[in-house]
Design a protein around this ligand. Structure first.
Ligand code: FES
Length: 97
């Protein structure tokens, strides 16, 4: 079983925001959609680019990579919704509070 890590207080991240955290050697993007929190690998599967710097689309439950605009749906464990980006993005967890 994985180790439980506290990244921040829930009020530190507003709905529709994402923020990068370092957990050991791993970059994590914590994404808040409404009152749900999702921890995803903070690296786009296309290039080494931070997802935490992308825009969060709450209505679509997606975060957009700021580099080329691919979208990640953290609720679906890393499925990309853009041509040529079918690989996962190292998503772990989901729904953490
Ligand atoms: S680096 Fe993210 S879509 Fe290209």
């Amino acid at each position: 079983m994985g180790e439980r890590v506290v990244l921040c207080h829930k009020d530190d991240l507003a709905p529709g925001q994402a923020r990068r955290f370092e957990v050991g050697e791993t970059r994590v993007a914590l994404v808040r959609i409404g009152d749900e929190f999702y921890a995803v690998g903070d690296r786009c599967s296309h290039e080494d680019y931070s997802l935490a710097e992308g825009e969060v689309w709450e209505d679509e439950c997606e975060i957009e990579c700021p580099r080329h605009g691919s979208n990640l749906r953290p609720t679906h464990r890393g499925v990309w919704f853009a041509p040529g980006h079918q690989a996962g993005a190292g998503v772990r967890g989901g729904g953490h509070r």
